[in-house]
Each structure stands twice: as structure tokens, then as C-alpha cells.
Design a protein around this ligand. Structure first.
Ligand code: HSE
Length: 306
């Protein structure tokens, strides 16, 4: 009993929705294979060269699968998991979430789908806790549900799928690594009421913009007065990238998850490709290696093949 799947990258926060909004991407994605075995073990093999831990209790896919197995009636089963990680760890594109979410999705499929998607999010969040020290679900939920998701609450879990109009997503990943735990540690513990009002107005605006396919409202709402001022300092030339991309026609964007990747939403493919060129020009000029992606929101579930 084996299954192959593609676990997609995700963009968490969507600028103003720290820890509560995320979307699934068609590219990049990790390739995973799971095999159901008749012994209570989790064996993990990595085909990539990222030096990630393979002991189940130290691996994000391993702890997510263990949480699933703890909730499953048959205690005499386990999994062989093979991961080919194509989403770079520490990129801000939900690399750890893809492994954890992919593992529990694959396991659930092999077991005949005994668990709901919401339960799977709960299991996969143990992977996030291991990776970043925080049980956030804004990468996990879109990876499992597809599309754009709102995490109204993590305890108890309350996940809302949001409709959104067609959009292109342009991403630049300057090749530096930012650990989510460190990007969280630099954030203030308290914020002013003034900033809170601005932020929740933007979150409400962004969600309404998605639901009403109002690109102008989406564009106006992609502002973050709480997190970006701190985290943007970790990303070389962030302000310049944002400024030039918006001038070139992007609806808006910002830090993808905890960075360093920067994403921009665009209405059409031509603009999205132009934005990629703007990003390339900036990082080429300053001599920082980078990857770019021009992709779309992945609206359906994870891809499986036997
Ligand atoms: N919401 C999380 C954060 C996402 O910004 O720390 C991390 O990918």
C-alpha cells in the first residue's frame, strides 16, 4: 500500500493576517511517497540534500504522523516516508508545513480517510510546533484544504475556506535563510490600539476583497503595520522590491510567511512575469542569489497518484 503526492508550498499571513491567513500555491512543491507498514514504526528517508533530521521524533513529518497514529484505533501500523524536498527550508514558503501536511494527507488516504481535514490540520500542527516553536496553522491549513484559508481559531480549530478571484503570484526568494523561530522572536509582545485598528480594518478589507472579487480593495488592504516593520529589516532591499513591484502593476504583497521570500499578487500573467523581471533586476544588481516563481493559487486538494 503506497501512495505518491505533491505537497504544495504556501504563503502564510498574506501581509496583514499574521498567523490567520494563508494560500496554497501550484509551485513549488515537495514530492512525497508513503507506504503503510504492519509495524508501529515511522521510517523517514530524505532524497534531498538539506540535511534534515530523519529520526521520526525530530522530523516534522514524523511528529505529525505520530500524532495521527496516536489518534488511530489500530496501534500496529506505521509508515515508510520518502521525501524529496523541493521547497527550500527557511524560505518562507511553508517548507516544514508541506512535509507535515503531506505526511498526514498521504497517511489518511492510505487508511481510507478516517480523519477530517480539520483533524489532519491538528496533527500537522505538531510539525510546526517542532519547526518553529509555535502551533500556527496558516501554512498547514491552505496546504491541506487548497485555496485561501482563514484560521479563525487554533484552539479549538476553526478553519474557514475563502473564495478568491483568479490571481497570479510572483515570488522572489533571495537565497538567505531566516528561521521562523527567530523571525517570531523579534516581534513585539504588545501593539498599540491605533495599529490594531489599522490592521483589523485591512484584514476585513482583504477578506471582503477576496469574497467580492474586488481587486482594488485587495490592493488597498495589502498593508501590514504590525509585523512587516520588524521583519522587513531582515530581508535585503525589501522596501525597494515592494516599491518597484507596485509601480510595475502588482496589486500588492509583502513578506511570504516569515521570509525571506517576497510575494506579489497580480491580476494577469503578463504583469506577473514583468514583476518577476523587476525582482530579478534588483537582486542581480546587488549580487544576491535568488529564485523566482510565477504561479497561481492552487485551488484544489493535494495531488495523489498510486
Ligand atoms: N504565521 C507564521 C509567521 C508563518 O509569520 O511566523 C510562518 O511561516
Amino acid at each position: 500500500m503506497k501512495i505518491k503526492l505533491k505537497a504544495c508550498a504556501t504563503i502564510a499571513n498574506l501581509v496583514c493576517g499574521f498567523d490567520i491567513l494563508g494560500l496554497a500555491l501550484n509551485a513549488p512543491y515537495d514530492e512525497m511517497e508513503l507506504e503503510l507498514i504492519n509495524e508501529p514504526k515511522i521510517n523517514i528517508t530524505h532524497l534531498d540534500n538539506f540535511n534534515l533530521p530523519t529520526k521520526a521524533e525530530d522530523n516534522v513529518a514524523g511528529v505529525a504522523l505520530q500524532a495521527l497514529l496516536n489518534a488511530y484505533e489500530n496501534k500496529n501500523i506505521g509508515f515508510n516516508v520518502t521525501i524529496n524536498k523541493l521547497i527550500k527550508p527557511g524560505s518562507g514558503l511553508g517548507s516544514s508545513a508541506a512535509s507535515a501536511a503531506g505526511a498526514v494527507l498521504g497517511a489518511n488516504q492510505l487508511l481510507g480517510n478516517p480523519f477530517t481535514k480539520q483533524a489532519l490540520v491538528g496533527f500537522a500542527m505538531y510539525g510546526e510546533a517542532l519547526a518553529s516553536g509555535a502551533m500556527h496553522a496558516d501554512n498547514i491549513a491552505p496546504c491541506i484544504y487548497g485555496g485561501v484559508t482563514l484560521i479563525r481559531s487554533t484552539s479549538p480549530l476553526d478553519i474557514v475556506q475563502l473564495n478568491a478571484p483568479p490571481m497570479y503570484v510572483t515570488i522572489v526568494h533571495p537565497q538567505i535563510e531566516i528561521k521562523t523561530s527567530e523571525a517570531r522572536a523579534i516581534l513585539p509582545k504588545e501593539i498599540s490600539l491605533k495599529n490594531a485598528v489599522t490592521q483589523w480594518a485591512n484584514v476585513a478589507g482583504l477578506v471582503t476583497g477576496f469574497l467580492q472579487s474586488d481587486y482594488e480593495l485587495i490592493s488597498r488592504s495589502l498593508e501590514d503595520v504590525i509585523v512587516e516593520p520588524y521583519r522587513s529589516k531582515l530581508i535585503p532591499w525589501f522596501d525597494e522590491v515592494k516599491l518597484q513591484c507596485k509601480a510595475a502593476g502588482a496589486l500588492g504583497g509583502g513578506i511570504s510567511g516569515s521570509g525571506p521570500a517576497i510575494f506579489m499578487l497580480c491580476k494577469d500573467e503578463i504583469t506577473a512575469k514583468n514583476i518577476a523581471q523587476v525582482m530579478k533586476d534588483i537582486y542581480t544588481k546587488i549580487g544576491i542569489d535568488f529564485n523566482t516563481y510565477v504561479t497561481t493559487i492552487k485551488s484544489d486538494e493535494i495531488f495523489f497518484s498510486k
